[in-house]
Design a protein around this ligand. Structure first.
Ligand SMILES: Nc1ncnc2c1ncn2[C@@H]1O[C@H](COP(=O)(O)OP(=O)(O)O)[C@@H](O)[C@H]1O
Ligand SMILES: [Mg+2]
Length: 248
């Protein structure tokens, strides 16, 4: 569960987030929808403490912000991250890339020697099976298509056995059909593994199709919060005011 309470963030004098309050329960695929510059990435970075809030706060699984390195490491171990670019290690096998999701829970020698406990390999293979790529485990990561690599990125996050997944524009560089497969995998993970997924998107159609709930933000503020069925033209005009101006 992710609890965000009165969160504000300013970069210097420029406000990026202005009083965000929302909760993402376990098992929910929550899409943050908004135009470029709305504050979506800043919001995710505040959740995993890459960015320090200027005010308000975030609790992940009931815990307040970490106050030391050990707590920060523990927080991040429980958060799977998925980015626009999957950043796999190209020359390593698909399986080894997924196993890197286990590193926070493994002794250092394991990664140095590239020897992994049987149980961790089983967890990584199960994560690969979830995204339909178990048969590619031994292939080099760079042999896979862009969409497949992004799904390996999801498997790597799942291998972490996280309670929370943060995905920042995970399909921005994929073709529309592949984007659907990737978002479908993410939603299935939320529902079947009871993970709280917070996924940034800027495409309205994809948000409508895959979100359990859409939170629309514009200029750092929540301007819509509800199920896709409630996202009507008035709500869209609040999220994308500049489009409204163009149409008028
Ligand atoms: N590191 C930073 N330093 C200064 N300004 C930033 C920084 N990161 C983001 N911003 C600004 O904060 C606002 C929100 O950005 P961002 O969170 O990246 O929005 P989005 O992901 O919705 O495009 C924008 O005006 C952006 O220029
Ligand atoms: Mg962004």
């Amino acid at each position: 569960m992710i609890e965000i309470l009165g969160l504000t963030k300013a970069y210097g004098a420029l406000p990026a987030l202005n009083g965000i309050t929302m909760t993402v329960p376990a098992g929910e695929m929550c899409v943050i929808l908004g135009p470029s510059g709305a504050g979506k990435s800043t919001l995710l970075r505040c959740v995993n403490q890459l960015v320090a809030p200027s005010g308000g706060g975030v609790r992940v699984n009931g815990r307040a912000a970490p106050t030391n390195r050990a707590q920060l490491r523990e927080l991040r171990a429980g958060i799977g991250m998925i980015f626009q670019h999957h950043n796999l290690v190209p020359r390593l096998s698909v399986l080894k890339n997924v196993l890197s999701g286990r590193l926070a829970r493994l002794p250092l020698w394991s990664s140095v020697l590239q020897i992994f406990p049987r149980e961790d390999i089983a967890i990584a293979m199960a994560a690969l099976a979830r995204v339909g790529l178990a048969d590619r485990a031994e292939d080099r990561a760079d042999r896979l298509s862009g969409g497949q690599q992004q799904r390996v990125g999801i498997a790597r996050a799942l291998a972490q056995q996280p309670q929370v997944i943060l995905a920042d524009e995970p399909v921005a560089s994929l073709d529309p059909k592949t984007a659907q497969v990737v978002l479908n995998d993410l939603r299935a993970a939320a529902h079947e593994l009871q993970i709280a997924v917070l996924c940034n998107l800027h495409q309205v159609d994809l948000a409508r199709q895959f979100a359990d709930r859409i939170v629309g933000i514009a200029a750092g503020q929540i301007v819509f919060d509800g199920p896709p069925a409630d996202l009507d033209d008035a709500a869209l005009a609040r999220i994308y005011p500049e489009l409204e101006t163009q149409a008028a």
